[in-house]
Structures are given as C-alpha cells and as structure tokens.
Design a protein. Structure first.
Length: 201
C-alpha cells in the first residue's frame, strides 16, 4: 500500500512540476515578447537628440518638425532600431533620420526617396530602348538600393537568342544609361536564353 501510494505521489508531483515549469516558461516567454514590443524611452530620447543635432548640421536652412519616433520592432527596415520621423514643413515631405545599425553613423532616407523617384521617371525610357533594340522583353525590374550608399539594380530578361545579341549592343545600352539618362551608378544584369551579362558602373 505504501509502495503504491509512494509511486502515485512521485507521479503526481512529477506531473505537477512539469505543468508548473510549462506555465512559468510560457509566462516568461510572453513577458519577454511583450517587453520587446514596448519602445525603450531612453533610446527614444537618444535618437531624438541625435536627430536634432544631425538635422541642424546637415540641413541648416530646413524648416522641420519631428512628428514621431519610429521603433522598428518587426525589423521591417533592418538598418535601424529607432528613427525620428521628420516633416519638412515647407515641402510637407516626410523622411526618417536614424543611426545606421551597421555603420553606427547618423543618416536619413531622403537620398533613397530621391533615387526611387528618379528611377520611376526613367523606367519608361529604359523599357522603350530595350523594346526598340532587343525586342519585347520578358521582364524588366529597375529598383533603388535600400542602403543610402548603395547603387540601383537593373534586371532585364530578354526573349532573344545568343546569336541575336552582340557585345556592341550591350555597350551601347550602358552608354545610353550613362549619357542619355544620366544614371551615375547601376548594377545591370541582362539575361537571355542561357546567358547572363553583368556590368556595374
């Protein structure tokens, strides 16, 4: 009887211990997850001061206001944790000022926005040139870099065969991008049949 009672006691205490550990573990994970969603006030104050100093040094004549502090809790952007959301009160344009996680330098995304707008402007001209020179393409993707110092990427997939394309045609296209469209830098990839032609400038 004592052996049976002792066995059941050990079993019950073991199960109770496992359940308790599971409950405590779940609560701990939940609390950590909840804490990760809450911005750190000290970090918010830090980026606010950094942004004010950066704006005064970088854009001394700009009239602006800092409308919000963005906390990148879901790592949507990847190159910062906290950013000051700034409104240029004269143009009503909005941009972010932040400390780059990788370079540990303050920067903003105005340049990225300008690059994106420029690329949208030249996309139709790129398509027109490709269509006239190489024929109807399978696809074109011209995208700005997500990094301030990065260069845009141009991916083009053609319907042509290897025999229909020459090195001169490729070089003429690069010269068109540089001279006619005034694109200073780009990473160009042209794919056709089983060939891939790459050039960065």
């Amino acid at each position: 009887m004592n052996t049976w009672f002792k066995g059941w006691s050990i079993f019950i205490f073991s199960v109770a211990g496992i359940v308790l550990l599971l409950v405590v573990g779940t609560v701990f994970v939940f609390m950590n997850f909840r804490a990760s969603l809450i911005p750190d006030e000290k970090e918010e104050e830090k980026v606010l001061l950094q942004a004010e100093q950066y704006l005064q040094e970088t854009y001394p004549t700009m009239k602006y206001e800092i409308s919000d502090i963005l906390y990148d809790q879901g790592e949507q952007y990847g190159n910062f944790d906290y950013a000051a959301v700034v409104v240029n009160t004269e143009t009503q344009t909005t941009f972010k000022v932040y400390e780059n996680t990788f370079t540990e330098q303050m920067e903003d995304d105005i340049l990225i926005q300008e690059k994106a707008a420029f690329i949208e402007q030249v996309k139709p001209k790129v398509y027109s040139y490709i269509h006239e020179t190489f024929g109807e393409p399978k696809g074109i993707a011209f995208t700005p870099s997500s990094d301030v110092g990065g260069i845009p990427t141009l991916n083009i997939r053609l319907n042509n065969t290897k025999e229909e394309i020459s090195e001169e045609m490729f070089q003429s296209f690069i010269e068109y991008l540089q001279n006619e469209l005034t694109i200073e830098h780009a990473d160009v990839h042209i794919m056709y049949e089983t060939e891939i032609w790459n050039m960065s400038f």
